[in-house]
Design a protein around this ligand. Structure first.
Ligand code: C2E
Ligand code: MG
Ligand code: MG
Ligand code: MG
Length: 276
């Protein structure tokens, strides 16, 4: 509500934005209980090799089923969780759940595939993140070499010395790191070179226009060749059409993720997809 200070000042009362912020505050509070109330779950989106059409790994993606609001998008609640700090316990839950799930798949006699989880900038900056991840790996008896962390390019741009130190330790432990949404941040080539990462994920915004816009194609092409030069793996996210697949194959980017191959799946759908 606009403050009234009794003077002749005018204040515009913006009902719409006020309602939004009230709702956000309310959601932020609700989020505190989401883990304990069992409202969070993970979907698993497969990553594919277009040469063989085989699954090469999975990315765990968070969903919040709110009893009143229904499913709330991570694009909406992750920023709130970052603001309140709740993102840390939430992502610890994500990590534990994803590792435990992947371990179950492994024990069920499947080929062991890497599993990726997204790590926010707020979590990355926690002084004990390394110890906490290692503890989760021990508790779930999950192989660190099968764990991949996805960190957005922009999250890696803060406190660069600290980021390099953490990533070095993770690498030492056998954990891989991918730079998510690559191309949307502004990392310098020299910083990119000094980061101990394994893979670049080309942002969906370029892939979406890759067959229709020559600038997007040029950017994707440049990212792919740069990754090759730097010895990094590369994966294209948000692949939706067979034309995009054909073009990526032509550009020698063979790893992809997107609705063309598969949407994010529930664990049960993953189970069923593998029954032969
Ligand atoms: P992201 O990590 O870049 O994940 C890819 C997003 O693109 C997912 O959206 C996925 O469902 C969507 N996607 C995949 N293929 C396609 C496609 O072909 N077309 C389109 N239109 N979309 C596609 P989702 O699951 O809604 O997640 C959105 C973002 O929320 C993620 O982007 C990630 O940044 C964030 N997120 C999800 N779970 C977590 C988490 O546990 N921690 C953090 N920090 N962020 C998370
Ligand atoms: Mg991701
Ligand atoms: Mg991404
Ligand atoms: Mg993205």
């Amino acid at each position: 509500v606009a403050k009234q200070n009794g003077s002749s000042q005018y204040r515009f009362y913006d009902a719409a934005s006020d309602r939004t912020s009230q709702e956000e505050i309310w959601l932020e509070q609700e989020l505190e209980y989401a883990v304990d109330r069992d409202q969070l779950r993970l979907l698993y989106q497969p990553k594919f090799d277009i040469r063989t059409s085989r699954i090469i790994g999975y990315e765990a993606l968070l969903r919040w089923d709110h009893p009143v609001h229904g499913e709330i998008s991570p694009l909406r609640f992750i920023p709130l969780a970052e603001k309140s700090g709740m993102i840390v316990p939430i992502e610890q839950w994500v990590l534990r759940t994803a590792c435990a799930q992947a371990k179950r798949w492994e024990l069920a006699g499947r080929s062991s595939l890497p599993i990726a989880v997204n790590i926010s900038q707020v979590h990355l900056m926690k002084p004990d993140i390394y110890e906490s991840i290692l503890q989760t790996l021990q508790e779930t008896e999950f192989d660190p070499h099968l764990l991949e962390l996805e960190i957005t390019e922009s999250a890696m741009m803060h406190n660069e010395d600290h980021v390099i130190e953490i990533l070095d330790k993770l690498k030492e432990a056998g954990i891989s790191v991918s730079m998510d949404d690559f191309g949307t941040g502004y990392s310098s080539l020299s910083y990119l070179h000094s980061l101990p990462i394994n893979c670049l994920k080309i942002d969906r915004s370029f892939i979406r226009k890759i067959t229709t816009d020559k600038d997007s194609k040029a950017i994707a092409e440049m990212i792919i060749s740069m990754a090759k030069q730097l010895g990094l793996k590369i994966i294209a996210e948000g692949v939706e059409t067979k034309e995009q697949v054909a073009l990526l194959q032509e550009l020698q980017c063979y790893n992809v993720q997107g609705f063309y191959y598969s949407r994010p799946l529930t664990p049960e759908q993953v189970d069923r997809a593998h029954v032969s």
